[in-house]
Design a protein around this ligand. Structure first.
Ligand code: HEC
Length: 152
């Protein structure tokens, strides 16, 4: 019995090593994708209201915009280690160009932070107010994806 457990443990340890051998950056890649998914979920609520697909609610719009604004302020320093680009490892669509153009990436991130801050102020002020913030916010997401995310 004890032997069996030990073998199972060794098996698990080997399996874990194999996963890490795949890429030392798997954790960082999973974290940045998860962060992006949270962006997408909250932006989807705002966009759905702007397009009339979701009934406008000042409370729900404000909550989504506040989440998004808070997310844009979190440090992503550990998410983007050098060598974790799509040309070097599997499981990511981040182009190597991102690591070669940091000033531009930071500028594009800054545009998103500003647009998310403006949306946080606008979202609860009525549907027209929310719609007014959508173009800059959606545009800020798209600008970075166009430049630094591999097309599907
Ligand atoms: C500074 C650049 C940048 C900005 C700004 C940005 N993204 Fe991204 N996004 C990326 C990159 C690069 C990827 C690919 C990440 C990967 O595959 O490792 C990505 C991936 C995604 C994904 C796919 C995640 C997955 O599971 O593969 C979604 C959804 C997403 N972004 C939504 C957004 C939304 C919504 C915004 C705006 C609120 C936004 N992003 C702003 C660079 C950016």
């Amino acid at each position: 019995m004890l032997k069996k457990i030990t073998f199972a443990a060794v098996g698990l340890a080997l399996a874990a090593t194999a996963v890490f051998a795949e890429s030392p950056h798997d954790g960082a890649i999973a974290a940045r994708k998860a962060h992006m998914v949270l962006y997408g979920h909250n932006l989807g609520i705002l966009g759905g209201m702007a397009q009339g697909k979701i009934d406008y609610s000042a409370d729900a719009a404000s909550a989504a915009a506040a989440n998004l604004a808070a997310l844009t302020k979190m440090s992503q320093g550990s998410y983007w280690p050098p060598g974790s680009d799509a040309e070097s490892v599997k499981g990511t669509r981040a182009l190597g160009a991102l690591w070669q153009n940091f000033p531009d990436v930071i500028a594009k991130s800054g545009d998103m932070v500003a647009a998310a801050g403006a949306m946080e102020a606008a979202a609860g002020g009525g549907l027209d107010s929310l719609r007014g913030g959508m173009r800059a916010l959606g545009g800020a997401c798209n600008a970075c994806h166009k430049a630094y995310r591999q097309p599907e």
